[in-house]
Design a protein around this ligand. Structure first.
Ligand SMILES: Nc1ncnc2c1ncn2[C@@H]1O[C@H](COP(=O)(O)OP(=O)(O)OP(=O)(O)O)[C@@H](O)[C@H]1O
Ligand SMILES: Cc1ncc(COP(=O)(O)O)c(N)n1
Length: 280
């Protein structure tokens, strides 16, 4: 059996909700063989980030070498890359001719800062220009476009600035933190604009939503799917994953990576499915 392959280069989350752990769960759920290069080991859970240890450049380089010299990924995504030196190291790997999804992770849902100011500068000048897709949330789009975003027309202005000044192929400004519904806006270099909307679920359990959304896009691009179709699948996946979140932990809990695979083709509810599973 031939499987498509995808790689994530990011930080960890031992509680399993965000970072590399969310990425691998997303790849697996979309039937893609997942690989992972760890940049930083982060002690975090649903209540926040408690400790961060960056791996050495030597360790990151050796991990990258071991992946690329053996199993070539068909798409790659980056998440938390905390330091400019790490970005410098990663640059030649993500500039290979495969789709590259960049989630410009800056601050965790808990409000903790995950990358340095210098790293943000490097992100803008080096990694974003070679990205196929970038997936900023509202705050990240504000930093990248150097303006505040308070309404829909600001989103268009910010996206156009990002496309023109920084040069990715597609920018998706995610609406988890804007407006009454969860509307995501994709703008392409050649002038196309598309939106996807789901209800905004009234829940605190959104830890790792950005990681999951960008990882599903990466998995679909690894299969050779068109970018807009990949975004559509990621949107349906994250909406169900949030709606049927398992309410774990004492803070902002993780999402449900089983929901899309189980529910996207049928009318059953998650509760009915779990009951059926227990009977087996
Ligand atoms: N409460 C919600 N209900 C429905 N969809 C949501 C909700 N919150 C976020 N989303 C969706 O989840 C995806 C991630 O968006 P969000 O703006 O939360 O990204 P993010 O802030 O980078 O995520 P993270 O919480 O991982 O930092 C988007 O598709 C967004 O529309
Ligand atoms: C290693 C790592 N990468 C990314 C995030 C952002 O995810 P969230 O904002 O949902 O906490 C995180 N918390 N940890």
């Amino acid at each position: 059996m031939k499987l498509h392959t995808a790689l994530t280069i990011a930080g960890t989350d031992p509680s399993g909700g965000a970072g590399i752990m969310a990425d691998l769960k997303s790849f697996q759920s979309r039937n893609v063989y997942g690989m992972a290069v760890v940049t930083s080991v982060v002690a975090q859970n649903t209540t926040g980030v408690h400790h961060v240890e960056h791996l050495s450049l030597e360790s990151i380089e050796k991990q990258l070498h071991d992946v690329y010299s053996d199993i070539m990924p068909q798409a790659v995504k980056t998440g938390m890359i905390a330091l400019p030196e790490m970005m410098d190291l990663i640059y030649p790997y993500v500039s290979k001719p495969i789709p590259y999804v960049m989630d410009p992770v800056m601050i965790a849902t808990s409000g903790d800062r995950l990358v340095s100011d210098e790293a943000v500068h490097f992100l803008k000048s080096k990694l974003i220009p070679i990205a196929t897709v970038i997936t900023p949330n509202r705050n990240e789009a504000e930093v990248l476009a150097d303006m505040s975003i308070t309404c829909e027309s600001d989103i268009t202005t910010a996206a156009n600035r990002i496309l023109q000044d920084l040069g990715p192929q597609v920018v998706i400004i995610k609406g988890g933190h804007i407006g009454e519904n969860a509307t995501d806006y994709a703008f392409t270099k050649d002038g196309n604009v598309r939106t996807w909307t789901s209800p905004k679920y009234d829940t605190v359990h959104t830890h790792g939503t950005g990681c999951t959304f960008s990882a599903v896009i990466t998995a679909e691009l690894a299969k050779g799917r068109d970018v807009m179709d990949a975004i559509g699948i990621a949107k349906d996946y994250i909406a169900l994953a949030i709606k049927y979140n398992p309410a774990l932990g004492n803070g902002c809990g993780p999402v449900n990576h089983m929901a899309y695979g189980l529910l996207s083709n049928g009318p059953e509810t998650m509760d009915e499915l779990l009951k059926n599973d227990e009977r087996r």
